[in-house]
Design a protein around this ligand. Sequence first.
Ligand code: ARG
Ligand code: ZN
Length: 465
Amino acid sequence: MTHPRRRPVLLAAVPVAVAALLAAADPALAAGPTGTRGVGDPYFPLAGNGGYHVGHYDLTLRYDPARKHLDGKAVLTARATRRLTRFDLDLHGLKVTGVTVDHAKAAFRRDGQELVVTPRHALRKGRAFRVAVTYAGTPQPVTDPDGSLDGWIPTDDGAFVAGEPQGAMTWFPANNHPTDKSSYDFTLTVPEGRTAVANGVLLSRRTAHGKTTFRWRQTEPMAAYLATATVGKFRVEQYTTRTGVKVYNAVDPREATAAAPVLKKLPSVLDWESGLFGRYPFRAAGAIVDRAPQVGYALETQTRPVYDSAPDLSTLVHETAHQWFGDSVSLTTWKDIWLNEGFASYAEWLYAEQHGGKTAQQTFDALYARPAADGLWAFPAGNPGSGANIFDTPVYARGAMTLHALRTAVGDRAFLRILRAWADAHRDGHGTTAQFEHFAERLSGKDLDGLFRTWLHTAGKPDRP
Ligand code: ARG
Ligand code: ZN
């Protein structure tokens, strides 16, 4: 699906004086038809860029952990969705040494996280084009509005690379918003003895002159924030599951003992989740278990989640569930983050319920018992209010409670049918909260307005369902 959210074309309606003011504030606005500086996400206004869609990223990176130095070349294959005299990419830090559009040198300038590119000739609407950017430097992670680090995060033996919500732009120029999904090729060169792990399938691994080059391919469309190129000293395990999914696990040896019993369950977790949510959406799977205590979270990097230490089983279940909910079915706006985190959290509840742990009802009841002043009730799951809150408890726990309330209202069979059909209908695409609400009503034949209004959209602790 292409850009479901499009900024309304306001400029034509803006009075001349205001347009002149805008042009004075941003001279580039005077340059005529252009791409925009963001896709219009209210939580991250500069994230992504309007005016084009990236079909494919070809990233060639060399990383020297000792110097923390990255050399990169990114080749993006894109299509203009309007006439473009210039367009933006998102890139944070690093030094750009050259940009070409269709092999011709293009002018560029930096403006905060915007890399503004002016091709020699305007690109007409609908035209396919190729942008190549060469760059280098020491990647600087982003500090998110919630204070967490995000992006290319150095570790003692390499880098932990995770980009939710903003960090992709710390290591490659991107259309950095989940509305745009693309396929990826990675060619990653690191010192011999280190391993560089990206998404998808490993195509080749070659060592020469003290360096090893790993080539990875992510075929199914992926949002930029789900890309990784994690580097470290890893023990590698590779196998193919009974259903033909290629598994590649990379584990920091210091985490190996703790990780082993959990990683051994990955095939059975994939089977169990496929039984509930439908066919696993990708051809590759696995885990990257790093030692990165400065990070403090795991991320559902597509096909191969990255963990900052050996995960427990519940975390493995959570990140694996995201492959359906968040990765295959993507957000169109960060406000809808409960569609990722509420669903992955509810997968944990279901896993416990079906594996001799607490029932989902018991988990729900324990949460519901929290007093009205508890942080759990700080905001409704469907309205975190700002980018600073998108990983807060209400998104995860109240999000999962919303699904439990739905299950209670429609019954187990209809509920599971909804989850599965949702993943199937939006596979390799996008979904919004409003679409999910309609979808659940249509499949169950029930009026669920009140339920969703209460749990997703109304402040305060809801009445017991
Ligand atoms: N999506 C991740 C998880 O729940 C959390 C990522 C948190 N990112 C951050 N910058 N705080 O599994
Ligand atoms: Zn999650």
